[in-house]
Design a protein around this ligand. Structure first.
Ligand code: DGL
Length: 268
C-alpha cells in the first residue's frame, strides 16, 4: 500500500478530463493536479521547449511527494515521455499509447481518424503506435489548432465552435472512418459537438479510459494502491489565474474544487 498522491499535469484545463476518469475508477486515490495555464497552449511550441516545461512540472510534482505521474497531455507526452521515464524512479504514464490501444480495439472497418494539436500530429506518434498494434489499419491524422483556444475560452457549446468542428471533421468523415481518437485531452470537452458532427456510426475514443486502466495496473503490480478509504482531498496548482481554473474545474469534475494555488513553475 502507498498512500502518497498521484501527480497529473496538462498545459491547462484539458487534463481535467483524465483526472475525472481517474477519480471515477480510483476514488480512493488522491490527485495533485498541475495546469500550466500561463503557458497554454503547448500545441504550436517547439518540442524541446515542451520537454523543458514537462521536466519543470515533474520536478514540482515531486516536491508534493507523488508516487506516480500521469502526463495528461498528448502534446507533452509525445516528446517528453522517454526523457521523463529515464530521469525518474517513479512510474510515468502517457496518454498516447493507451489511446492507440483503445482505437485499435474499437475499429471495425480499420479506418481510424486522429484529431490532436499540431505538435502531436507532427510527432507521428499516433500512427506509429496504432500501426505497431496492427499494420493493416489505416490512420487519418488531422491537426485542429483552433480547438484549444476555443475550449480554454469556455466556448464548448457555441455556434462558432460548431462551425469549426464541422470545418475540421468533415475532412475525416469523408475518409469513411468508423473510429475517432480525441488525441488532445481538451477535446472530450467538445464531445457533444464532435458526436453530433460525426454521427452514431463513428466511435469516439477518449484515451483517458485506457490511460486510467494502465495506471490501475501499474499501481496494482507495484502494490502501491492507496489503502485508506477516506474521500481524498485533491490539490490543484496552476501557473496562471487560480479563479479561472477553479470555475472551469468545477464544471468538469464530479467533486468540489477548492482554490487552486498559483505556482511559479519557472523556479523548478
Ligand atoms: N491538452 C493538450 C493535449 O492533450 C494540448 C493543449 C495545448 O495545445 O496546450 O495535447
Amino acid at each position: 500500500m502507498d498512500n502518497r498522491p498521484i501527480g497529473v499535469f496538462d498545459s491547462g484545463v484539458g487534463g481535467l478530463t483524465v483526472f475525472r476518469e481517474i477519480s471515477r475508477r480510483l476514488p480512493n486515490e488522491k490527485v495533485v493536479y498541475f495546469g500550466d495555464t500561463a503557458r497554454v497552449p503547448y500545441g504550436d511550441r517547439d518540442p524541446a521547449q515542451v520537454v523543458d516545461f514537462s521536466r519543470q512540472i515533474v520536478r514540482f510534482l515531486r516536491t508534493r511527494d507523488v508516487k506516480a505521474v500521469v502526463i495528461a497531455c498528448n502534446t507533452a507526452t509525445a516528446p517528453s515521455l522517454p526523457h521523463l521515464r529515464a530521469e525518474n524512479d517513479i512510474p510515468i504514464i502517457g496518454v498516447i499509447e493507451p489511446g492507440a490501444r483503445g482505437a485499435a480495439a474499437a475499429t471495425r472497418n480499420g479506418r481510424i481518424g486522429v484529431i490532436a494539436t499540431a505538435g502531436t500530429i507532427k510527432s507521428g506518434q499516433y500512427p506509429k503506435h496504432i500501426l505497431g498494434i496492427n499494420p493493416e489499419l489505416s490512420v487519418f491524422p488531422l491537426a485542429c489548432p483552433k480547438f484549444v483556444p476555443l475550449i480554454e475560452a469556455g466556448r464548448t457549446h457555441d455556434p462558432e465552435t460548431a462551425a469549426v468542428v464541422h470545418e475540421y471533421l468533415s475532412q475525416l468523415t469523408a475518409e469513411g472512418i468508423d473510429t475517432l481518437v480525441l488525441g488532445c485531452t481538451h477535446y472530450p470537452l467538445l464531445r457533444d459537438l464532435i458526436a453530433a458532427e460525426v454521427g452514431d456510426g463513428v466511435t469516439l475514443v477518449d484515451p483517458a479510459v485506457e490511460t486510467t486502466l494502465e495506471l490501475m495496473r501499474t499501481l496494482r503490480e507495484a502494490d502501491a494502491e492507496n489503502g485508506t478509504l477516506a474521500t481524498p482531498r485533491h490539490e490543484y496548482y496552476v501557473s496562471g489565474d487560480p479563479a479561472f481554473f477553479r470555475d472551469f474545474a468545477e464544471k468538469v469534475l464530479p467533486c468540489d474544487v477548492p482554490d487552486a494555488e498559483k505556482t511559479d513553475i519557472e523556479k523548478y
